[in-house]
Design a protein around this ligand. Sequence first.
Ligand code: F6R
Length: 261
Amino acid sequence: MEVVILEDATQIGAIAADAIETLLSHKPAAVLGLATGSSPLAIYDELATRCTAGRISFRQARGFTLDEYVGLPADHPERYRHVIDTVFVSRVDFAPGAVAGPDGLAVDIPAACAAYESAIADAGGIDLQILGIGTDGHIGFNEPGSSLASRTRIKTLTRQTRIDNARFFGDDIDRVPTHCLTQGLGTIMSARHVILVALGRTKAEAVHQLVEGPVSAMWPATILQHHPHVSVLLDGGAARRLQLADYYRETYRSKPHWQGI
Ligand code: F6R
């Protein structure tokens, strides 16, 4: 796990976009895993800028979103499918239908989750997965207690996650859905490269557990310690509880620039 402590979200967006640009230059038909939420927004902004400038293209690429609320009407602005279209997909040049998400309106939820796993496998698996992290240590919506080997399935959101996400629902927790479909921890672990972004001091404890805590279902993101290629991109606030922060800073400073993350 590589820990990179950077100035701010803009710098994080640029470094993550560099990794995606490098991937697309080797593999134009790359498969990306796309998180919603506020953490990846600077990455999507930077990718949109580079695409508009003709520096990168998603024309042959595919995308799979991480998760989706259950039961939000198709036209609800906070449906993750709608959010990812707004913040990223509509701003770049993906082919129509190239980005898929779990179907939060499916009648047969287990079948929809199995179909989603099959679609990812049929696309050749995810080359690069973008993640945020919840204050309770969730990735995707794999809340504390999730199976470390789980695949796409329905989950109940914790009260903490619903409080955290109430800002997207008029600060009214009762309007935040109670359930979601999410790629499992096993699904996320199958991605070939994982870039996790955390911003701000509210994430500091979850980041400390992710990087330096014991692997435990109580802090689901800790499963990433078993992944061979994880890049954790942090601002100073999110890094403030790291015991080895100086070491991570020194390691990144002395790394050859051409190497990327
Ligand atoms: C979003 C997702 C969640 C978020 C996490 C952090 O698709 O899967 O795990 O990444 O809740 O959310 P933000 O980035 O809004 O702080």
